[in-house]
Design a binder for this molecule. Sequence first.
Ligand code: C5P
Length: 224
Amino acid sequence: ADAKPFAGRHLLVTSGPTHEPIDPVRYLANRSSGKQGHAIAAAAARAGARVTLVSGPVILPDPPGVTVVRVETARAMLAAVEAALPADVAVFAAAVADWRPAAETDEKIKKGTEGPPPLRLVENPDILATVAQRREGRPPLVVGFAAETASVLDHARAKIARKGCDLIVANDVSAAGGVMGGDRNTVHLIGRDGSVETWPTLDKDEVARRLVARLADLAGTPPE
Ligand code: C5P
């Protein structure tokens, strides 16, 4: 029989990009496919966890045995995450848009004679930091991702402190690596103490399987 190291646990995973509306037909987005986050949710379900997957717009099928909550914007993702708590482990794999247009218009913006309209941006809530820094109801194990194109490890070390999470999974998303949208990933696990563990380049499914096994170890045995 399969080992079910996560039986009796609730895992919360975010995945995919967010879409930030400019007007009813246009939005800001990014190249995240959701493959890594969805693979983590699927692996956690196979490991016996109850899994809530809060996903931005993706073209992937829902992973079997997982409760999927679909959202579009960063603000909706934060609300869905907070509604899904409490969780024993939270993994923030979504590529949340850092900014959104300051004003969403109800009408499509028309091409006019004044030239292109200004696009003013405001900051989105940081979902990972919000959850990791909760005074009450913080999941005992909070995992962030760091998608970087340069100085991957330095940025990840700074991020773990700034966000207040327990573990960062850092990956290099430079265009040359083909990670965004691709099927394989090269990740580094960075701990709060600054420790770094580099994994070989693996299928995203295998990264998910190994990560879930590690998280089950770190989470320990569930209380009776
Ligand atoms: O700061 P940066 O975007 O590089 O941080 C990446 C990590 O933070 C990822 O785990 C991502 O899911 C999370 N994040 C978030 N909400 C944001 C921005 C990032 O949860 N608004």
